[in-house]
Design a binder for this molecule. Structure first.
Ligand SMILES: C[S@@+](CC[C@H](N)C(=O)[O-])C[C@H]1O[C@@H](n2cnc3c(N)ncnc32)[C@H](O)[C@@H]1O
Length: 230
């Protein structure tokens, strides 16, 4: 083998090795890029899915935080009240935290885990960790029987179903505050604020006796129908 051939052979081998190295580092880069893109997509999905999911439920109750005026109106109508308070669908915890600062033992029930974790962090940072609790829960699957003050910033599509649930569960000493959208059949005791910041206050004694009256009426109508059929 001539010197020239040896030289060409070595050059060829070096080229082959550098091609292999280039291919290896390309495929490593490809793996890293796929990992980063895949990981980012999974992370994005994990963060956004809980915010999008409420829109896909039968009753769509999205995360729309209460305005400052709305929070002030809630606290104003409850200023003479004490004890336990619950915000149903507590979002980022602003009503629960503000209520705890006013002396309530305040709880929030919220479907979105990110909002619950954020609420707990905010309560800790604002010094009300011990008087607040936040639960990752579906509002339709828990009972609010233990609360004497109830706050709800809901949507019109859910208010009739929630009326029934609360009328059945709450003690007659309870007060309910509806933000932005009133309950369809309950008669409010009073209201505060205006426009989108309006809040309506309901007394459980009144709506529970209405429910009792309604049930009595329904039962006696059914009895009348049975009597006339016999
Ligand atoms: C209109 S926002 C009100 C947030 C908070 N109460 C406020 O006033 O700032 C309604 C909240 O209810 C939550 N939510 C929706 N469906 C729910 C369910 N089935 N159970 C519990 N929370 C729910 C949403 O994630 C959202 O944070």
């Amino acid at each position: 083998m001539s010197q020239e051939e040896v030289f060409l052979g070595t050059t060829q081998t070096n080229r082959n090795e550098s091609d292999v190295n280039r291919d290896r580092s390309r495929s490593r880069l490809g793996l890293v890029v796929t990992g980063v893109v895949g990981g980012s997509l999974v992370a994005l999905y994990a963060v956004t899915a809980p915010f999008v999911a409420p829109a896909l439920r039968k009753i769509c109750l999205p995360f729309v935080p209460a305005t400052t005026a709305q929070v002030e109106n809630v606290l104003r109508v409850l200023r003479t009240r004490t004890g336990s308070l619950v915000d149903i669908g507590s979002g980022d915890g602003r009503i629960v935290i503000a209520a705890a600062k006013q002396g309530f033992r305040a709880s929030g029930f919220e479907l979105n885990p990110w909002l619950v974790w954020y609420s707990r962090y905010k309560a800790w940072r604002e010094g009300v960790r011990h008087s607040t609790s936040f639960y990752i829960s579906d509002l339709w699957k828990v009972s609010f029987a233990q609360y004497s003050n109830v706050v709800i910033f809901g949507v019109p599509q859910m208010m009739d179903k929630l009326e029934l649930k609360l009328a059945n569960e709450l003690p007659s000493t309870a007060k309910v505050v509806a933000c932005r959208f009133p309950f369809p059949t309950w008669v409010p005791e009073h209201t505060a604020g205006e426009g989108i910041d309006t809040v309506w206050v309901y007394d459980a004694k009144t709506f529970k006796s209405d429910l009792h009256g309604e049930m009595t009426r329904t039962v006696s109508q059914q009895e009348d129908a049975t009597d006339s059929n016999t």
